[in-house]
Design a protein around this ligand. Sequence first.
Ligand code: HEC
Length: 211
Amino acid sequence: MKNIILPFIFASILFSQIDYESEIQPIFDVHCTHCHVYGGAATLNMSSYEGVMSGGVSGPAIIAGDHVNSLLYSRITLPVGTDGSMPPNNPLSQSEIDLIVQWINEGALLSISNVAVLPRKIYLHQNYPNPFNPITLIRYDLSEDAFVNITIYDMLGNVIKTLVNGSRTAGSNTVEWNATDTKNETVSAGLYVFAIQSGELKQTKKMLLVK
Ligand code: HEC
């Protein structure tokens, strides 16, 4: 009997998986989200799986399969009172930390049914018209609502103008550029670079202003 049951228990421990929504998000909701909301502390939004996986100012907070190198793990295990220990004054219990460790090492998935999380995507279209004088339209697609920055640079990399810097909704969005710089002065003819950045995602294209 023992010989049959033991391997079974061992296997079920090995394969018991942590469910993010019912086991991990509640820990973050109690201990983290009053500071870590959208646009909150360190721009790490812990109110959703996507937010946690997008990381904060220092980059990814979770490295799937590797709790030791996950920033979130190192912060929740710093001794209380140490600079940067999270949450700043009320440490998580060991069992909460253990759950997070297991979840990270299992691959930091959203769901035990292993539903693939669609990767976040952005797409920057070529401006239209191009070449242009003096107005052109820049279209960009977002796979989900996101914080977006769109900036025009000259060929030396100097910032000419920031056209968008804020939250935009999923889908196709358009922004206009009228060939002026930050001082609203018309820039000279030539090649310009336009770049879209959202989190770690970035794309650039070139356009030609003619006079
Ligand atoms: C009282 C507010 C507060 C609470 C509660 C809190 N944090 Fe923070 N957290 C901060 C602040 C402020 C920073 C930015 C300063 C720093 O990096 O120490 C930060 C930074 C972080 C960072 C670094 C992010 C980066 O990209 O640099 C991580 C990871 C983190 N917190 C995780 C957590 C976790 C996990 C919890 C809950 C278990 C939590 N925090 C609870 C305020 C808080």
